[in-house]
Ligand binder design. Structure first.
Ligand SMILES: Nc1nc2c(ncn2[C@@H]2O[C@H](COP(=O)(O)OP(=O)(O)OP(=O)(O)O)[C@@H](O)[C@H]2O)c(=O)[nH]1
Ligand SMILES: [Mg+2]
Length: 453
């Protein structure tokens, strides 16, 4: 097992980095105030039940200049101690329990570890206190890998830090913003560690491979969750008398809203984020919920979703479809599936006889435009979760991607099929969600979702 310790000045984001590396939003305490972490605390990463890596968070260093002064005066006349020997003397003395108590905790932990990650706030100038800090840490005789945090910030000073670190003999360095981590950030971090600890390379490579695999599995599961949402909504129906009441329309809308929320919650859980983490003001995702209503025509407009399509075509063919405002369609049962799916020809072939039989029995269903909107929103949420570090405290920010295919292109075949299979929707009474054909369509739609348009 590899023991790794996160060290550095106070408030540079050590606890934040640990949260992101362990995907644990609940680890320790993170705050903009200095000296938040007061004790050493660890977390463990395992692969297939084998513990591979232990990560330790430590209190931030505050007074390294005074500590370095003190250490340099520990040598007795005629004596020249090396770094670890001098630290040993320091840790055995009384100052390690008094004035330098916090610093002693950090140094003890580093001495017990295989390597240290020296976390840097890249926005800071390279001050004397940081150089002294590095000097003290380096005297532990353990490999140190500097990690530049806050590199997503506009006023970061990467080159100044690179130069200063090189002068101290530290040439390897990784950039890792723990709030917006780069996609290959963890891989690069562990690869750099493997260069510093050749004998630990196999374990580190296993960790890298496992994290890559997990990322793939997470994306796959996410696409399946979205596919299932879309199938449920495409197949969702509410039977009504010939005239749809406001109440029935609202009931269908509510069912769809609830179904979408279930998908949002499941995605947040899958990515190990809490819905509370998403609390914020002016964002589409409020408190883990979408603020813009799914059935507000303005929402469709904002996302550039085409309204009309299959349903309008059906209506033009005179097949007894009424388009109601706000994303709900009223049509004859059975016909609805075929028409909403765009198969106008099929609808015509039902002929007068069948139409007569269905008289008085009509159903509400959800418009294509709403399906498009659902797909776009969940895909945007997924992209945001994929790029989010577990140290992020701000609300999840959604940015609109291009996604022209979902805005106005042809909808995937699976959704057209689902239109004709009300029993595929969890939102309908008597749903048969275990049907093999439903599963097949969900898989095919998930695959469609996984290839970026
Ligand atoms: N924007 C941004 N903020 C960060 C990043 N890393 C940490 N923060 C913020 O910086 C502040 C300090 O983070 P902590 O993780 O508590 O820092 P620490 O080094 O553990 O601090 P102490 O325990 O007090 O020594 C918090 O407000 C974090 O949200 C980052 O990469 N980007
Ligand atoms: Mg901390």
């Amino acid at each position: 097992m590899i023991k790794l310790v996160l060290v550095g000045h106070t408030n540079v984001g050590k606890t934040s980095l640990l949260r992101t590396l362990t995907r644990d939003v609940g680890f320790g305490e993170v705050s903009h105030r200095p000296s938040t972490t007061r004790h050493v605390e660890g977390a463990r990463l395992s692969v297939d039940g084998d513990p591979l890596l232990e990560l330790y968070d430590t209190p931030g260093l505050e007074d390294a200049i005074a500590l370095l002064d003190y250490l340099e005066r520990l040598d007795r006349p005629g004596e020249r101690l090396d770094g670890p020997a001098r630290l040993e003397r320091f840790l055995a003395g009384s100052e390690a329990r008094q004035r330098f108590e916090q610093e002693a905790k950090v140094l003890r932990q580093l001495l017990q570890s295989d390597a240290g990650l020296y976390v840097i706030d890249a926005r800071e100038p390279v001050l004397a206190k940081y150089r002294d800090e590095l000097h003290v840490l380096a005297s532990c005789g353990k490999p140190l890998l500097p990690v530049l945090n806050f590199v997503a910030s506009a006023n970061q000073r990467e080159s100044a830090w690179r130069e200063a670190l090189a002068r101290l003999g530290l040439h390897a360095l990784v950039k890792f913003d723990s709030v917006a981590p780069p996609e290959d950030g963890e891989r690069r971090l562990y690869e750099n560690l493997a260069l510093l600890m050749e004998d630990r390379r196999p374990a580190l490579e296993r960790l890298i491979a496992d994290q890559q695999a997990q990322r793939g599995v997470r994306r796959q599961s996410a696409n399946r969750l979205i596919a299932e949402l879309l199938i449920d909504c495409a197949a969702g129906r509410r039977s009504v008398a010939n005239q749809a009441s406001e109440q029935a329309i609202e009931a269908l809308r509510q069912a769809v809203r609830r179904r979408e929320q279930k998908c949002v919650d499941a995605l947040l859980r899958l990515y190990a984020f809490r819905s509370g983490d998403a609390a914020a003001s002016d964002l589409p995702l409020l408190d883990g919920r979408w603020g813009d209503d799914l059935f507000n025509p303005e929402t469709l407009k904002q996302l550039g979703v085409r309204v009309g399509g299959g349903v309008a075509a059906g209506a033009a063919a005179g097949a007894g479809i009424d388009i109601l405002v706000g994303g709900v369609t009223l049509g004859a049962a059975a016909l609805l599936g075929a028409i909403a799916g765009g198969a106008v020809q099929t609808a015509r072939n039902y002929g007068g006889r069948l139409m007569g039989k269905l008289k008085g029995q009509r159903e509400l269903s959800v418009d294509d435009a709403v399906l498009r909107l659902l797909a776009l929103r969940q895909r945007q949420l997924l992209a945001a979760l994929d790029a989010r570090g577990h140290a992020a405290l701000e609300a999840i920010r959604i940015s609109a991607g291009d996604e022209q295919a979902w805005r106005s292109g042809k909808l995937p075949e699976a959704l057209r099929k689902a239109r004709a299979h009300p029993q595929w929707s969890r939102m309908n009474p008597g749903a048969k969600i275990d049907q093999a054909e439903r599963q097949e369509q969900i898989e095919s739609l998930a695959k469609h979702l996984s290839v970026a348009p």
